[in-house]
Design a protein around this ligand. Structure first.
Ligand code: URA
Length: 234
């Protein structure tokens, strides 16, 4: 791929803007020699203003999403993309969230520009477990674990019952819920079906991947070991 296209795809600017960067001599190889728009050089050998390029296509990352950020590229208010480098919003192929978390939900949110990976993660066949910690307005009734595990709970306006989900009671207003599907507002609606209300919701794990000390608002790229852990539903 010609360098002008590579850089434009990575969000460094429009083709026109990137072409200017070449004219200004801002794009070099690792040794500092100026590169040109039509050159075809390996991603790792390119520098812009002396800096290595952003990760190539095939990027997957996790963000520790704080509450109050929307999973959208163009909503009003604070967006999860505001927490990533600004160029990441301009990449082609697009870097999209893998599923969504509600604005007021915090925790592990995945992004990728790899369509196949995205489908593998959200595929019902993969049934990757997703672990949520819920703070509740009311004390638990005591029958929630049995109800959620039953595979018979039908949420309002749905036509099929929820798959069995595992509930671990932490204390009377705090529970850990493991889902293997992802319906709209699922955790909030499950507790609403028991007459309760979720006051705070946090996702701590997807598949075998956990936040593992990643601070709120921070992100990091996933490597092959992370991806293997992610897809390990065990
Ligand atoms: N379930 C919810 O209700 N909200 C989320 O953000 C994720 C799962």
């Amino acid at each position: 791929m010609k360098l002008v296209k590579l850089l434009a795809n990575l969000g460094y600017g429009s083709r026109k803007q990137v072409a200017w960067m070449f004219r200004e001599g801002r794009v070099t190889d690792a040794a500092g020699d100026v590169l040109y728009a039509d050159d075809q050089v390996g991603h790792d050998d390119v520098r812009v203003d002396g800096e290595p390029l952003d990760p190539p296509q095939g990027l997957a990352l996790m963000l520790h999403k704080p509450a109050g950020y929307t999973c959208s590229t163009k909503d009003t208010g604070r967006l999860v993309y505001d927490l990533l480098p600004p160029r990441f919003r301009l990449r082609a192929p697009v870097l999209s969230t893998v599923g969504r978390l509600d604005r007021e939900t915090s925790g592990l949110l995945l992004f990728t520009d790899d369509g196949q990976l995205l489908h593998r993660i959200i595929s019902p066949k993969a049934a990757l477990p997703k672990v949520y910690e819920a703070m509740l307005a009311q004390p638990l009734r005591g029958d929630e674990a049995t109800l959620f595990a039953s595979g018979t709970l039908m949420l309002e306006s749905e036509t099929t019952p929820l798959k069995p989900a595992a509930l671990e009671v932490i204390d009377e207003t705090h529970a850990r819920l493991t889902l293997t599907e992802g319906r709209y507002h699922q955790v909030r609606r499950m507790f609403a079906a028991t007459g309760n209300h979720v006051v705070a919701l946090h996702r701590s794990r997807v598949g075998g991947l956990a936040l593992d000390g990643l601070a709120e608002g921070d992100w990091r790229a996933l490597d092959a070991a992370d991806l293997a852990a992610l897809m390990d539903a065990g």
